[in-house]
Design a protein around this ligand. Structure first.
Ligand SMILES: [Zn+2]
Length: 319
């Protein structure tokens, strides 16, 4: 029976999984994504993470039928270019070849958000539907589309829901443009905004104390969740702003495409879960044109393993 590996390369963490022929996880491993160095350092951490997962499944990586990788950035064959939110990865790096020679097995690359959406479509919350919008609320806000049962790529750039404009001439986005949904809702943008309110406007918050207490260098999803549990006013305000932006952005996409379902994933989406999915559905409602039949909004059923499980499907589809 064939066993497959999958690696989800995120801005905050690297998640690896080893799955059986039915895509059920046999073992998992997780490491923090390096914040310094460059692509070679990230690749080294990736192969360590996959090795840990394989060891937990009592396998050597070369015994796997293949390893799929979901990566940010532009993917052309075995190369990844301009992987944003990763250290010094503006240029092109042969990630597929580097991992294949380190692990001794076949490696196939795919777009991180697309593979996670396909995993939800085939194995998770999107199973009842023919059309699905995946929204991955994490360091940035990624999106992918499945229309009439097929991933819609457009001319290659489809699905970038994070860069739907929710405010003309609004906040500066990491993409260099203004007013994008991600500039309000992405974890990185939320951190910058919280820091600005705290350090320059003198607003009180426990966010940065919690970050240090938990030995984090960033305001991770867990730090946000803990601050919310403490009723931290500034955290609540920044999250409210993110929810409004997500509601407007997702509703705008639904107005154009009328998808049956929306799956909310990503570090923040999975961590904050159902209560926030409901809040986002509520924030969408006033912006929906066909407001009597909103799409169902689900939290990713595969949780934060969806990206890695979806990546493992890449090696399968290439048989
Ligand atoms: Zn943008």
């Amino acid at each position: 029976m064939s066993i497959y590996g999958g690696i989800d390369l995120g801005g905050t963490k690297i998640q690896a999984v080893v799955v059986d022929a039915q895509s059920s996880p046999l073992a998992t491993a997780r490491r923090a994504t390096p914040t310094a160095g460059g692509p070679a350092d990230v690749a080294a951490e990736m192969q360590k993470t996959l090795r840990e997962a394989a060891a937990a499944a009592e396998l050597e990586p070369h015994a796997l039928a293949g390893v799929g990788v979901g990566s940010p950035g532009r993917i052309e064959g075995a190369n990844v270019t301009s992987a944003s939110n990763l250290p010094d990865w503006e240029g092109t790096f042969p990630l597929g070849d580097v991992l294949a020679s380190a692990l001794g097995c076949r490696v196939v690359l795919g777009n991180d958000v697309r593979v996670a959406t396909e995993a939800e479509f085939h194995l998770g919350a999107g199973r009842p539907y023919d059309s699905l919008l995946g929204v991955f609320w994490g360091t940035g806000v990624g999106g992918a589309l499945i229309l009439a049962g097929e991933t819609w790529l457009g001319r290659g750039g489809a699905g970038e829901i994070g860069h739907v404009v929710v405010e003309m001439d609004g906040a500066r986005c990491t993409c260099g443009r203004r007013g994008c949904m991600e500039a309000y809702a992405g974890r990185a943008a939320m951190e910058l905004h919280a820091r600005h309110l705290h350090e320059e406007k003198g607003r009180g918050t426990d966010l940065f104390k919690l970050m240090k207490q938990h030995q984090r260098t960033r305001l991770t999803s867990g730090v946000w969740a803990r601050a919310l549990e403490h009723g931290d006013k500034l955290a609540i305000e920044v999250l409210d702003r993110a929810v409004s932006a997500l509601g407007a952005g997702i509703a705008s996409v639904v107005n154009v495409l009328d998808v049956e379902g929306v799956v909310l994933g990503g570090g923040l989406g999975v961590r904050l879960g159902h209560p926030y999915a409901e809040r986002i559905a509520g924030a969408m409602q006033p912006h929906l044109f066909a407001d009597s039949q909103p799409p169902q909004l689900h939290v990713a059923a595969l949780g934060d393993l969806g990206g890695a499980i979806g990546a493992s499907l890449l090696v399968r589809s290439e048989g």
